[in-house]
Design a protein around this ligand. Sequence first.
Ligand code: ADP
Length: 507
Amino acid sequence: MFKKLLIANRGEIAVRIIRACRDLGVSPVVVYSEADRYSLAVQLADQAHPIGGSTASESYLSVDKIIDAALATGCEALHPGYGFLAEDESLVNACTDAGVVFVGPSAASIESMGDKLRSRSLVAAAGVPVVPGTENPVATLEEAAESSREIGYPIMLKASAGGGGKGMRLVRNEDQLRSAFQMTRGEAKAAFSDSTVYLEKYLERPRHIEVQVLGDRHGNLIHLGERECSIQRRHQKLLEECPSPFVGPEMRRDLGEAALAVARAVDYTNAGTVEFLVDAASSARPAPFYFLEMNTRLQVEHPVTEMVTGLDLAREQIRIAAGEKLSLSQDDVTWRGAAIECRIYAEDSANNFYPSPGGITLLSEPSGPGIRNDSGVCEGYEIPLEYDPLISKLVAHGRDRAEAIQRMRRALDEYKVAGVRTTIPFFHAVLGHERFLGGDLHTHFIDEHGLLSGTLQGSDGRLPRMMAALYHYLEAREGSSPDSTPGRRSRWKDYNRFPNLDSLEGP
Ligand code: ADP
């Protein structure tokens, strides 16, 4: 096993990897940008190495700075986390050149899956269904119009190099295609330096269901079942669960086999995720599913799989990179209960998810049976403007989906963050929705059920009343208590800005 490992990332995922390192007896080292000097990851690591500037391009996206940090700190391995350089084969190659082990798949696997068109043809050749569409780039409007007529509207115009929910556009007819075609190409060129686009059939109300895979360097490859990620906003996941309420044992087996075939097609090692769109609206059963893409890294939503399988995926990743064998076979994989994850962001969900950066003046995190909170922040921490404003991933596990939901609602009630607005009220609304409770999900769930902007008034009013009572109690106590401090009093006053609290006046 490695002695020292560099974490080339920040926020909650850096903290998550620090914990995996500690459990393995590996010394964790983090890099940090100027904006992250006082982050939780910096506090928890054995060593923190500065890599300068606050913007991502000046810091976490600089291959040279990351490699220099690994060499300067004497790290034998490097974990990229997710985002930033996690799916950039140039980091893998630079690691190889520097003699540092990259915790992830080979550069060739990353490259094959990095381009959507290329991965589609690879996967189709392996016998796994892909979303019906074009096999080659579509270079002219005429070609696009002809292919769209063949596929049948509506279609999805997609940038081959796209990612993160960007570089795709829904087109319902030929008129729309005329304006969308050049626009999507231009945007793709600007965002991904590649204007290649192609067409896919647009599935109305699909479910996004993905399969976690894990492979070692000894030819062992297993899948760990599915995650449902249909609760999305602008094609970006907000809430994920394991297992999917839509998937039974037969479909799980079929999805698992398809995911393994995809992974085998690119000689995949380490942790990866094969994403599928499931056409749940089709009358066919089992419902047809189509390969969407493969993410060649650990995913944000990996904890729900961990809770249900009992595995530590980050730990497995490091073990695999160190040349060890998988700690279990396919037959050893068991699924126990259900888990749900809510991505808690410093965003104002009552105001179109507007970012809400700033200082966290008070933080009280939920805990108790079945609750796990993978957090990247601490009280006093200033959420920087420069990066994704994820505060934490709140995960609830229960014996079944109903219990996991109940526990999540309890945990959301307990979770108190002051100083910034959060997406906690939004999740209250989702988890209380009848259709969500029934497991009737699809990728437009949030828009269709009016769970966006302006509709959220916090929870049922119980929480604001409780908080007001607590506030008045503390006010009274702090006035008389010998250990009261001005600082403490003003922190509680920050509940004025607690997103669920309309007013401190009480009912
Ligand atoms: P990205 O790489 O940007 O994450 P994906 O191809 O993985 O993009 O798709 C992200 C989301 O976009 C999917 O979960 C789904 O909601 C939507 N989507 C993508 N392709 C289609 C399609 N052909 N039909 C309907 N929705 C789609």
